[in-house]
Ligand binder design. Structure first.
Ligand SMILES: *Cc1c(COP(=O)(O)O)cnc(C)c1O
Length: 361
């Protein structure tokens, strides 16, 4: 089916913005393996966030590498919210761990240090790692997690894939995605941010075939390096980030004003922080999805249901808050260039669907 209003139209730097970086690649004849552009990207991301950064091929490989860099016992449990994207659980599996799902806090849909402490206390077996997730770019309790890490002998890795605008550096690694659909896109790509430089050095080995400086494989590893071409796109994206952030904030503000009467809008989205999706709550998201589709408006469940219901991870648990969030959350159309006409069309469709219903919360 084709939609008159698509849910996402990614926008990456134009070839004009890329040209100076591509000329440098032509001149350097260095195309991957932490070349000059990837090094510059590491420096600029480090400057942007105020902590060392490591460019990566994508966030999923980065989460896997961060887990592997901790040398955890194979098969150990990795605690994570079921309310996340499949990549969180897949990364744990690829690092040889067993995803162990828990419920989230209702107010912001995240695993908190307090909830993790409860899960550690009640888990049937040892938990070796915890992976909190920034839901749709919403910030987590960065310092609370750092404290948690100091108090418990488990690895903590933050899946901050959608959180380019909110991520805060600490002693625990946070992994950000530069996928085309994220706030800052490079096509494919990502980076880890961490004040623990020794841990970043171990991650460098993991994403480079487990090799040390003498090019001997000394540990398990694979290929998680960012190419110079993707680094070029990320650098051009960073050049224009202030403008892009303003455009996202304006868009999200307009969307909030247009849909706020009909949907639960996440606290802070569009004013305190920006991201590339507008995932909002409806009392009956299934009916809303269908009704919007009838109006030619595309929506998306960006996480395709709770992880503990995906066939690859199904564990038979009941996680009521996660299930409620999955049943009520819908990604609305949200993309740079979406104008007043599209936003009005969305608002009118919502008003039409809602004319005989009370406002939903
Ligand atoms: C996008 C996303 C990922 C995957 O990032 P890639 O760079 O595509 O590997 C992982 N986790 C969450 C929560 C995401 O939103």
């Amino acid at each position: 089916m084709s939609f008159s209003l698509p849910v996402m139209r990614p926008l990456l730097p134009t070839r004009r913005a890329l040209a100076p970086y591509l000329r440098r690649i032509d001149h350097n004849r260095w195309y991957s393996n932490m070349g000059p552009l990837a090094q510059e990207l590491a420096l600029r991301l480090g400057h942007h966030h105020g902590a060392p950064a490591l460019p990566l091929a994508n966030a999923t490989v980065g989460l896997t590498a961060a887990l592997l860099a901790h040398d955890l016992p194979p098969g150990g449990r990795c605690l994570m919210p079921s309310w996340s994207f499949a990549a969180t659980a897949q990364a744990a599996r690829m690092a040889g761990l067993t995803p162990f799902f828990c419920d989230v806090a209702p107010e912001h849909g995240q695993l908190t240090p307090q909830l993790a402490e409860q899960s550690l206390a009640t888990a049937a077996g040892p938990v070796v790692a915890v992976m909190p997730v920034c839901p749709f770019g919403h910030p987590v309790d960065w310092l609370g997690w750092q404290d948690f890490r100091r108090r418990h002998s488990v690895a903590v890795i933050i899946d901050a894939a959608a959180a380019f605008d909110t991520v805060q550096a600490s002693e625990i690694p946070a992994v950000v995605s530069l996928h085309a659909t994220k706030a800052l896109g490079a096509g494919e790509g990502g980076y880890a941010l961490c004040r623990d430089e020794e841990l970043l050095r171990r991650m460098v080995r993991v994403i480079n075939f487990g090799m040390d400086e003498s090019r001997q494989s000394v540990t398990l590893g694979g290929n998680g390096k960012l190419s110079e071409y993707h680094a070029a796109v990320a650098l051009a994206g960073l050049d224009h980030w202030p403008q892009r952030r303003r455009r996202l904030a304006t868009l999200l503000g307009r969307l909030r004003r247009a849909v706020g009467d009909f949907a639960h809008w996440p606290a802070g989205l569009g004013d305190a922080y920006v991201t590339s999706t507008a995932c909002v709550g409806f009392a009956d998201s299934w009916a809303m999805e269908q009704a919007l589709r009838d109006h030619g408006i595309e929506t998306r469940r960006w996480w395709s249901g709770p992880l503990h219901r995906h066939p690859a991870f199904a564990d038979g648990q009941q996680l009521p808050i996660t299930e409620h969030l999955a049943a009520t959350t819908l990604g609305l159309p949200c993309w740079i260039g979406m104008g007043r006409t599209e936003i009005t069309a969305l608002a009118q469709a919502l008003a039409h669907v809602n004319h005989d219903r009370p406002a939903t919360r």
